[in-house]
Design a protein around this ligand. Structure first.
Ligand SMILES: Nc1nc(=O)c2c([nH]1)NC[C@@H]1CN(c3ccc(C(=O)N[C@@H](CCC(=O)O)C(=O)O)cc3)C=[N+]21
Length: 291
């Protein structure tokens, strides 16, 4: 068997087309969806991601404000900035680019974002709602993975999903969201004994560990669906995932490439969350409630 490529750019385009229609409709009602991206310090990888996000906003007719600060911004200054964005009616989504400098406490920053503008889906309120299956802003990468599976009619219900990685941003939520879709979920991580024992049982394998080309064909069973969340640079500085793509390609049924897989869909989901937030704010205005 040879795998079929899961085309992240195509899935992303489909989502963006739908978002664009919703943006047009909002504009007729006098609302321009606005995303604020807060970037602290001079991490070149962060700059690339942030530029991608801004370009996409502009292409879809959305407003995108980049708030850029030097490395020595204090936590108090950052919290004041977030407070200003929370109270700005033209801003519907707030994204504080991670990782943050050492002297700033990530949890305090995430807590400061109004859950109604939490388009990353990182706030404990969003996480809690996600956990119990309530409506919530879902984190962009896990939500993007679900959209990719949907697009290729890969049904997670009843399947054994094995997640490698337990970050709050990807590993934990993607497992929960697939559990919500009736998958049987196993979490594995850096302390798991005999990792291969688990990965070989996966119908759907989500790899989010941050080690270049960590996973190869020996880890998977024939016909597995392999979702590669990795974003690493190889020895030549080329972008590569956590999966040895060439090696796994022959054995898997579906596989996501890097670049062109999970990354572009993540950005599309950020756009979707932002337009959703703008729609929510309009609905609240109409019902006469305060925001
Ligand atoms: N608060 C916050 N929210 C995030 O969502 C967030 C973050 N912080 N910090 C950094 C990570 C990383 N991330 C990426 C999104 C898209 C691509 C992406 O589009 N990648 C392209 C390639 C880009 C390139 O060529 O470098 C691809 O995979 O095809 C990459 C990385 C979002 N992040």
């Amino acid at each position: 068997m040879t795998a079929k490529l899961i085309d992240g750019k195509a899935v992303s385009q489909k989502i963006k087309d739908q978002v664009q229609m919703r943006v047009e409709k909002l504009k007729h009602q006098g609302v321009v969806p606005g995303l604020a991206v807060v970037l602290i310090g001079d991490n070149s990888a962060s700059h690339t991601y942030v530029k991608n996000k801004q370009k996409t906003c502009e292409a879809l007719g959305m407003r995108s404000d980049l708030l850029q600060y030097p490395d020595d911004l204090t936590q108090a200054e950052l919290l004041a900035t977030i407070d200003g964005l929370n109270n700005d009616p033209n801003i519907h989504g707030i994204l504080v680019q991670l990782p943050l400098p050492q002297h700033i406490d990530e949890f305090s920053v995430i807590m400061a974002i109004d859950p109604q503008k939490d388009v990353d889906g990182f706030h404990p309120v969003s996480v809690g709602n996600m956990m119990i299956g309530n409506e919530a802003f879902l984190p962009c990468t896990p939500n993007g993975i679900i959209k990719m599976l949907d697009h290729y009619a890969i049904e997670p219900a009843g399947q054994h999903v094995v997640v490698i990685g337990r970050s709050n941003i990807v590993g934990k939520p993607v497992g929960q969201m697939l559990l919500q879709r009736n998958a049987t979920v196993t979490y594995t991580h850096s302390k798991t004994k005999d990792l291969v024992y688990y990965t070989k049982q996966a119908d759907i394998l989500v790899v989010a560990i941050g080690v270049a080309k960590f996973l190869d064909s020996r880890h998977i069973k024939p016909g597995a669906v392999v979702i590669d969340v990795g974003m690493n640079r190889d020895e030549n500085g080329k972008l590569c995932g956590d999966v040895d793509y060439e090696d796994v390609f022959e054995k898997a049924s579906y596989i996501t490439p890097v670049p062109g897989g999970v990354g572009p869909v993540t950005i599309a989901m950020l756009m979707e969350n932002t337009v959703q937030s703008a729609e929510n704010s309009l609905a609240k205005d109409k019902s006469g409630r305060t925001m």
